[in-house]
Design a protein around this ligand. Structure first.
Ligand SMILES: NC(=O)c1ccc[n+]([C@@H]2O[C@H](COP(=O)([O-])OP(=O)(O)OC[C@H]3O[C@@H](n4cnc5c(N)ncnc54)[C@H](O)[C@@H]3O)[C@@H](O)[C@H]2O)c1
Length: 242
């Protein structure tokens, strides 16, 4: 019997990669898992294979969040869906690229936190967000993505204390490079050949389970190759009045 046995757990962006690995791990722990994604062709078969439920959810859709959050008494959630963005020249970047990345990576986390808080407040619950190492350091190859992931850290750190007062934990997980489809076809192997250290999605899934059970709100976990999972110390800012 684990902390997740018999619990209701929602995972976003769970048709592949980190979300899928997390959904599989949670099912192994005996949780009732709802896999959500925009990619129904990938998501529905994964759910059927592991005995989870599947529902289409575009995390940018506020109304869809209202419905899904009200559909069950949620115990845990992993807000994981994310979109990447690369560009060569800032002057060429269309509004749509910025909007897609921001709406998915921070908008989806905002809607998810707000609506799941309605379900969890006073009853108790925990939410873990997939941020990124790109949310803790400059990401010059993908600045919009980096900005969106810094936003998730700011959101978690700023809102977690007030959620905690109502019995809800909000924490985040920051992976380094993970071998998933977001890196593009053959991306993981290409990165390794370029000398980068790439981790497996299961390692991030395990960090999410730790994050969901970690009782100090606003904790940011780091998951990087060949380094034990860490808790990121965020320094106080001189003169900050809060
Ligand atoms: N792979 C990495 O190197 C890496 C590193 C750090 C953080 N991350 C983050 O991990 C998370 C999961 O990515 P992944 O690496 O597993 O890639 P992935 O491409 O395997 O998974 C991302 C999933 O999100 C879904 N998705 C995209 N937009 C969505 C939307 N609007 N609504 C619902 N679902 C949507 C995709 O369909 C996909 O199934 C993302 O937030 C990503 O930014 C990835």
């Amino acid at each position: 019997m684990s902390a997740f046995t018999g619990k209701q757990v929602l995972v976003t962006g769970a048709a592949s990669g980190i979300g899928e690995a997390t959904a599989r791990l949670l099912r192994n722990e005996g949780a009732h898992v709802l896999i959500t994604d925009i990619n129904d062709e990938l998501g529905a078969p994964v759910a059927a294979e592991i005995g989870a439920d599947y529902q289409h959810l575009d995390v940018r859709d506020s109304a869809a969040w209202v419905a899904i959050a009200a559909s069950r008494p949620w115990d845990f959630a992993v807000l994981n869906a994310g979109a990447g963005a690369r560009f060569e020249d800032l002057r060429e970047v269309p509004d749509e690229l910025f909007e897609t990345v921001m709406d998915t990576n921070i908008g989806g986390v905002f809607y998810g936190t707000r609506e799941l808080f309605r379900s969890m407040a006073d009853r108790g619950g925990a939410i873990s967000v997939t941020s990124s190492i790109a949310g803790l350091a400059a990401h010059v190859q993908s600045p919009i993505y980096g900005a969106s992931k810094w936003a998730t850290i700011g959101w978690i750190r700023s809102i977690a204390p007030s959620l905690f007062e109502k019995g809800v934990i909000l924490n985040g997980v920051c992976p380094g490079l993970v071998d998933t489809p977001i890196l593009g076809p053959g991306g993981g192997e290409r990165m390794r050949q370029m000398g980068f250290k790439v981790i497996d999605a299961i390692e991030v899934a395990q960090a999410h389970l730790a994050s969901l059970q970690h009782q100090e709100p606003g904790t940011i976990f780091t998951v990087q190759a060949e380094i034990p999972v860490g808790i990121q110390a965020l320094q106080p800012v001189t003169g900050y009045q809060g």
